[in-house]
Design a protein around this ligand. Structure first.
Ligand code: UDP
Ligand code: MG
Length: 311
């Protein structure tokens, strides 16, 4: 019988673990699906891992991995994919904001032959005003850069074993799961859902972490910002040609002035362009540096005994 793995990244989710494990177990048993739950404790500072351990001791369907520190959701997802042994793997948030009721539907679509079942948000659920605006801007920019509509995408997906293996074989360290699963292709179907309210605790995203996430993902998926540097250079050259002609004409007409404002403006403009360009190049350099170092995505501190294979 086919095995479905559910990967659940968890960071300081002590209030959610037990409930989520119970809800998912109940639901999957009822749907008569052979399953395993893989909780990935992303270096939580609360009781998340002890609770996972307790659950795992009670129920062999439950597995757990614990990181040595917080490595971020992407790392948790990939550790979960690595540890999952299922023929299909679902990634979902462990705060149950991704409705669990969808699992049997996703499973069925997979059985029907789809290799990727993408959860698509039909509404974004309750969010702060500021968070909504930031997320909006982020998705706008991302959609442009990656050339696919990111607004409704989420990390809630089911992947066939083939797709999981492809994702695991990618050498890059800085990943963007939700775009990668699109990038690899395969037979995909979308399934809509409403984002639920968080059962316990609060969102882990701050403004700064969202910004960092946005910039890193944008640059890991597109080199357009680098090409923008060239574009800005061209604009600066055109401007200076215009100003140059004006200066020469004025000189020939004998109306040349001291011209300080022009000089100051030019210095500011060109200086600004150069700084921005250097910043962008520097950012990519940093990304290359990170990749070249080849450090692992995450470090496992411990895991439950039922984890097979290498992490
Ligand atoms: N998460 C994680 N590592 C992190 C931050 C978040 O594994 O560094 C997990 C978190 O436990 C949750 C999921 O990622 O299961 C989504 O996080 P959250 O609910 O805070 O984000 P939101 O739903 O507000 O986008
Ligand atoms: Mg959430």
């Amino acid at each position: 019988m086919a095995l479905l793995s559910v990967v659940l990244p968890s960071y300081n989710e002590e209030g959610n673990i037990e409930n989520t494990a119970d809800v998912l177990s109940g639901l999957l048993k009822e749907a008569d699906i052979n399953y395993e739950l893989v909780f990935v404790d992303d270096g939580s500072t609360d009781n998340t891992y002890p609770l996972i351990l307790k659950k795992a001791e009670e129920d062999p369907h439950i597995k757990g991995i614990s990181f040595s520190r917080n490595f971020g959701k992407e790392a948790s997802i990939f550790a979960g994919l690595q540890a999952a042994t299922g023929d299909a793997v679902v990634v979902m948030d462990c705060d149950l904001q991704h409705p669990a009721e969808l699992l049997p539907k996703m499973y069925k679509l997979w059985r029907d032959g789809y290799e990727v079942v993408e959860g698509v948000k039909s509404s974004r659920g309750k969010e702060g005003f500021f968070h909504k605006i930031c997320a909006g801007v982020f998705y706008k920019i991302m959609s442009r850069l990656i050339r696919m509509d990111m607004k409704a995408t989420s990390d809630y997906k089911l992947l066939d074993r083939k797709v999981v293996n492809v994702l695991l074989s990618l050498p890059e360290k800085n990943t963007f799961f939700r775009a990668l699963s699109f990038w690899v292709g395969f037979k995909t179907v979308k399934i809509e859902y409403d984002v639920q309210e968080r059962k316990y605790g609060q969102t882990k995203w701050s403004f700064v972490s969202l910004m960092r996430y946005a910039i890193n993902n944008a640059t890991s998926f597109s080199t357009l910002p680098l090409q923008m540097v060239t574009f800005m250079g061209i604009v600066a050259v055109l401007l200076s040609i215009g100003l140059g002609i004006q200066t020469i004409v004025k000189y020939l007409l004998g109306t040349a002035e001291a011209g300080f404002p022009t000089v100051i403006l030019l210095i500011l403009l060109v200086g600004g362009f150069i700084m921005i360009s250097l910043g962008i190049i520097g950012h990519y350099l940093a990304r290359i540096y990170e990749e070249v170092k080849g450090r692992p995505k995450y470090i496992v501190r411990t895991h439950t005994e039922n984890i097979e294979g290498k992490l």
